[in-house]
Design a protein around this ligand. Structure first.
Ligand code: ADP
Length: 447
């Protein structure tokens, strides 16, 4: 082999960096490889926060919370399809994960609320800056300080096994070509597959043609590397999609914009669906429109009803004009038709019944102040399923047997989030299971 280490970590997202630093600190010689030319994976894009319960940061703000409450919220959010023993670790270790990151230099003092949470438990840097970028920076600095061998442009290709035990990995350097790395333990931290629409649609055909919020490396080749080495898969069919992703910003636009009164129109300026139908139906209807996109249209009364809208405006993804006609011109929507559609919609609102599309709620007419448009299309955000793991972060075969020396953590794994991941639980997942995988792999390599 071209190199020999105790622990080889595949993927430089939050799970990979947490695993690498934790394994090093347990005395292992560590290598971390990343196939892309940049570090951070999807993790560095995470904006919400890191969910944790009963933390010092919460106590300092007098926030009442408990591990049990975080456990219940996580199970409920996942439609009770999560694996309870994994959720126990996610929630039970959440405080120690926050403490660990803090000891490495992270600032997780600001605390907010995310969907599905019954307490404020989403920890992020003071001032509410992006938690993912901060956590990746802190972990990267710590990896550099420890002199961990970090290799970019290096893809994990095939696991080497001997007598059923993992012994190393065939890797492909973009410039160096193929070479073997001998390792007592390999940790898969390769993230999800949201950016690979063929794979997404093969598990959930309803999602064909969806764009994604994910980074380019989120293709899921790590699933094949693990699968070819005998890993079983859990819940790969559960893929988090959203009907309204901003085409310009790649960010999800919350359903509350529609709930509070925005309508959806196509490029021809016409409504085409009950705006507050289920996510899958709204997504399918949008994909049938010209260019596979639609526009959320609203006025100042909707804007003023929902603080979140100001965030989208700040991102620069919300063209604004004084009239529907002018808005249409800005965005290449038929402005005359748009004005007629809004007038017709306002009539329906006044009558209290949507005889056109049977929309069940008609909160307000669209006739106040400025008009706004957000171009949206359905998008994939997170893949809940992946390789099966046990509570030691060890990868399991299809019949639930541990594969010695093989570990997995983060979005590449399945079971933690059930059918649906709560906002703020991804960072928590990758730090807790990344650290666990790193520590256990280091311990195993010393045996
Ligand atoms: P997590 O949030 O679970 O840590 P991320 O998406 O943040 O996942 O990070 C996963 C990283 O793994 C990405 O940077 C991705 O480019 C990288 N990756 C994916 N597949 C491979 C592979 N086969 N070899 C090396 N790196 C990989």
């Amino acid at each position: 082999p071209a190199a020999t280490v105790d622990v080889l970590v595949v993927g430089s997202g939050g799970a990979g960096f947490a695993a690498a630093v934790a394994a090093h600190d347990k005395g292992a010689k560590v290598m971390l490889i990343e196939k892309e030319p940049v570090i951070g994976g999807n993790a560095k894009l995470a904006a919400g926060g890191m969910n944790a319960a009963w933390t010092d940061q919460q106590k300092a703000k007098d926030i009442k919370d408990s591990v049990e409450s975080m456990y219940k919220d996580t199970m409920k959010g996942g439609r009770n399809l999560n694996q309870p023993e994994l959720v126990e670790i996610l929630t039970g270790n959440s405080k120690s994960s926050v403490d660990w990151l803090t000891s490495l230099g992270a600032d997780l003092n600001d605390i907010g609320r995310m969907g599905g949470a019954s307490a404020n438990r989403s920890h992020r840097p003071t001032g509410g800056a992006g938690v993912g970028a901060h956590v990746i920076q802190v972990l990267y600095d710590n990896a550099v300080k420890r002199d961990i061998d970090l290799r970019m442009n290096t893809r994990g290709v095939e696991v080497l096994k001997e007598g059923g035990k993992v012994k190393g990995l065939l890797v492909k350097g973009k410039y160096k070509g193929y070479y073997w790395v001998k390792a007592d333990a390999v940790i898969m931290a390769t993230g999800g597959f949201g950016k690979n629409n063929d794979r997404v649609a093969s598990y959930d055909p309803k999602l064909k043609g969806f764009i994604s919020t994910n980074q380019p490396g989120a293709t899921g080749d790590g699933l094949d590397v693990a699968g070819n080495a005998g890993a079983g898969m859990t819940d790969v069919q559960y893929i988090q999609a959203h009907p309204t992703l901003s085409v310009k910003g790649g960010v999800m636009v919350t359903e509350a914009v529609r709930g509070n009164g925005a309508i959806l129109v196509n490029r021809e300026g016409k409504r085409f669906v009950n705006e507050i139908t289920t996510r899958d139906k709204a997504a399918a209807a949008i994909l049938k429109q010209t260019g596979k996109t639609a526009y959320l249209i609203f006025d100042d009364s909707v804007r003023n009803s929902l603080k979140k809208i100001n965030k989208y405006i700040k991102l620069g993804v919300v063209p604004t004009a004084e009239s529907p006609e002018a808005l249409g011109k800005l965005e290449g929507i038929d402005g005359k038709a748009l004005a007629a559609t809004i007038a017709q919609y306002n009539k329906l609102v006044a009558s209290g019944k949507d005889t056109d599309f049977e929309r069940p709620n008609l909160p307000r007419a669209l006739n106040e102040g400025n008009y706004y448009a957000i171009e949206v299309t359905p998008g994939v955000h997170h893949t809940m399923g992946g390789v099966s793991i046990d509570k030691n972060s060890g990868i399991l075969t299809e019949d639930k047997k541990a594969i010695p020396g093989f570990y997995g953590a983060g979005e590449v794994t399945g079971g933690v989030h059930g059918a649906n991941r709560l906002g703020g639980n991804a960072i928590s997942d990758i730090i807790t299971f990344g650290k666990l995988a790193g520590e256990n792999a280091a311990k195993y390599s010393k045996q």
